[in-house]
Design a protein around this ligand. Structure first.
Ligand SMILES: NC(=O)c1ccc[n+]([C@@H]2O[C@H](COP(=O)([O-])OP(=O)(O)OC[C@H]3O[C@@H](n4cnc5c(N)ncnc54)[C@H](OP(=O)(O)O)[C@@H]3O)[C@@H](O)[C@H]2O)c1
Length: 278
């Protein structure tokens, strides 16, 4: 049995499909079991950051966004249940000096390591689905306004993170993901303008990329309700990638045996989200 926290999330949902396809038993936590729409085979449990359903669980997928302040309770309870691996969804931002999102995840990583439980820290870079935040501007004005036009990132399809997470959970006894912290990326280094070009190709609509100042971007994010530390984290990530272009990681290919999915293909699959007919 495998416990997935944040089961409806960007990585949790495809992770469930991966585990079910491998014939594994899956238990999933969510704040809203009645509407989570998870597959019938999944044992769905109400999320509770003080008590985790760990009976018979061999390995746990920990999504920091889904467990609130419950990490220490989860680790203590996992030890009591003889859980054999904790797979933490971390971030490549742990390697960006002074980045608040990175520092937060590094602290979570440390607590997992200090627990004495076997672990895998997955450190993906920017998710492909982050670009869904551009959907309204694209639909209404055919433009993407973003800062740091020179930043070079290697955005990753969440299904590829899920595939590596699935291997980390399923091969919990012996493998190269034991007490490892792999950085995960997509297959190519792209600027925001490159991603806009791929969305334009996917939708068949001519789109513009308009670079805005970091200050203007900050104001938009604050107005949209993004917490201050997340604003600093995201802007800092792109500022860093301007001077330190992301390098492509071989890990998805090495662990799954196939190349990571391309952003252009993700954009084609999600074209409806960026189209006016949506
Ligand atoms: N986005 C990126 O580019 C990126 C890159 C690297 C790392 N990460 C990390 O990946 C992790 C997941 O981030 P994500 O943005 O992809 O989120 P997500 O996993 O898609 O969403 C969070 C999930 O947690 C559950 N949840 C429980 N309490 C919540 C709350 N108070 N607010 C929101 N969701 C809550 C929700 O499920 P229910 O509604 O079913 O309860 C939701 O499906 C984070 O630690 C993030 O820092 C993100």
């Amino acid at each position: 049995m495998y416990l997935i926290t944040g089961a409806t999330g960007n990585v949790g949902r495809p992770l469930i499909d991966h585990l079910l396809a491998a014939g594994a038993q899956v238990r999933a936590t969510t704040r809203r079991p009645a509407t989570a729409a998870l597959p019938d085979q999944v044992e769905v449990v109400q999320a509770d950051e003080t008590a985790f359903p760990l009976d018979g669980v061999r390995a746990v997928f920990v999504n920091p966004a889904a467990i609130g302040n419950g990490l220490d309770a989860l680790l203590t309870q996992a030890k009591a249940h003889d859980v054999r691996r904790v797979v933490l969804l971390s971030t490549s931002a742990v390697a960006v000096p002074g980045n608040p999102i990175g520092e937060h995840h590094r602290e979570l990583e440390q607590r997992v390591m200090d627990s004495g439980l076997p672990w895998t820290m997955l450190r993906p870079g920017a998710f492909n689905s982050n670009t869904l935040a551009w959907a309204t501007e694209i639909r209404t004005e055919q433009v993407v306004r973003a800062p740091y036009g020179e930043a070079r990132i290697a955005p990753i399809d969440e299904r590829d993170i899920a595939a590596v997470a699935g291997e980390a959970l399923l091969s919990h006894d012996t493998d190269r993901l034991h007490n490892a912290a792999p950085v995960l990326s997509g297959p190519e280094v792209l600027t925001t303008a490159d991603q806009v070009r791929d969305i334009a190709a996917a939708t068949g609509v001519s789109l513009r990329f308009e670079e805005v100042s970091p200050e203007a971007a900050r104001q938009s994010m604050v107005e949209a309700g993004v917490p201050a530390f997340a604003v600093d984290g995201v802007l800092g990530y792109y500022a860093h990638a301007t001077h330190h272009p992301t390098t492509v990681s071989p890990v998805v290919q090495e662990i799954t045996g196939r190349a990571p999915r391309r952003f252009a293909d993700w954009a084609a699959e999600h074209a409806a989200a960026f189209s006016t007919t949506h």
